[in-house]
Design a protein around this ligand. Structure first.
Ligand SMILES: [Zn+2]
Length: 363
């Protein structure tokens, strides 16, 4: 066979291979399913690699990266096929940055944050925004607000809450309080007045999902089969609010919440607007402290909030939770382990717990 004919045969073989289509499309879905190596450069890549496409006659496919390396190929520097997928790497770095921000007394400098997670400032800022849906600065601000709201929700003295949250002077807080809480602190404690709430409805593996956001954060995540009923539930929960449909930006938020519902272990690092009595807030906080993949009984939660005789009130607080999954009331079961009730149906509770148990096994 002439060299030319051999080249044609090799090219035809590659082109006939369905994996070649995935490489041509740089299909991220194909990542992890196989690798391709390029004879002329000596490197192997993920199917989604952004590098210039190779000529088919120079391409070889391998099921695993070990096979590619045994055949003498080096990992591509661009798509780093020997590292976890980029999305996972980014998610891990953003999570790491979130924890640093949460643990900081003051808002960390962007350059420092980027350096600590091992990325360039520019790239870090972009990746953070893409993964978290907000900038590191906005995230830091949301964290401080959360601290203030938590303190106010406990009914502690307003000034005390402000200093605890790291504001250097309360006058600065009062200047900003309108944009932070949407109202002045004493009003917020009194329950305030409802303003505009944006919402949208999407679909997830558990059925229809309604996501609503006030100026302060996500204020409702409701699950059900009937979208109209979800909107009525929302209006009942916020009778004085002016409900408006979400715009294109809001759709991104919906996508993120749906992503979180499908994979709760990712966590939802978005500000939540949690409205309830001090008792409800204590219960809901205790629910948020139940780790993914674990459950607790109503009795146990009552004990954890220092109110062991309030088991029925705990159950009521669970039943009035408006933030499905974000406040994981599905992780509360009867003390004999039975699933018991769930505001959004026992089948959904079972599905959520099964999903979380799977993740735990994989981890
Ligand atoms: Zn590559």
């Amino acid at each position: 066979m002439t060299t030319l004919a051999k080249k044609d045969t090799l090219a035809a073989e590659t082109v006939r291979d369905p994996r070649w289509v995935a490489v041509g499309a740089r299909d991220p879905e194909a990542d992890g399913k196989f690798y391709y190596a390029v004879r002329t450069t000596g490197v192997y890549c993920r199917p989604s690699c952004a590098a210039r496409p190779a000529r088919p006659e120079n391409v070889r496919f391998y099921a695993t990266r070990e096979e590619a390396e045994e055949a003498g190929f080096r990992p591509c520097k661009r798509c780093q096929p020997n590292q976890p997928p980029l999305v996972e790497q980014y998610a891990a770095k953003v999570t790491q940055a979130c924890r640093i921000i949460e643990a900081s007394e003051t808002v960390p400098v962007l350059e420092d944050l980027a350096r600590r997670v091992g990325m360039s400032t520019y790239h870090f800022h972009r990746v953070f925004k893409q993964v978290a849906g907000l900038t590191p600065r906005q995230y830091a601000a949301a964290q401080r607000e959360k601290k203030v709201r938590k303190e106010l929700g406990r009914g502690g003295a307003v000034t005390h809450a402000i200093f605890d949250a790291g504001y250097s002077s309360s006058s600065r807080f009062y200047e900003k309080s309108n944009e932070i809480l949407g109202m002045t602190p004493s009003n917020y404690q009194a329950g305030g007045t409802d303003t505009e709430i944006r919402f949208a409805i999407g679909e997830c593996s558990l059925g229809s999902i309604l996501i609503a956001q006030s100026a302060r954060g996500i204020c409702a995540i409701l699950l059900g089969n009937d979208p109209d009923k979800l909107v009525r539930d929302l209006q009942d929960s916020f009778p004085r609010a002016n409900l408006v449909g979400g715009d294109a930006d809001f759709e991104q938020l919906v996508a993120r919440v749906v992503g979180f519902i499908e994979a709760p272990s990712i966590g939802l690092d978005l500000p939540l607007d949690v409205r309830g009595t001090a008792f409800q807030q204590r219960v809901w906080q205790a629910l948020r402290e139940i780790p993914t993949g674990e459950t607790a009984s109503y009795t146990e939660i009552a004990r954890r909030i220092g109110s062991p005789t309030s088991v029925r009130a705990v159950a009521r607080a669970c039943a009035t939770n408006k933030l499905a999954v974000a406040i994981p009331c599905h992780r509360v079961v009867r003390h004999d382990g039975a699933l018991s009730g769930y505001r959004w149906g026992v089948e959904r509770k079972r599905a959520l717990l099964e999903k979380e148990a799977e993740v735990e096994l994989k981890a």
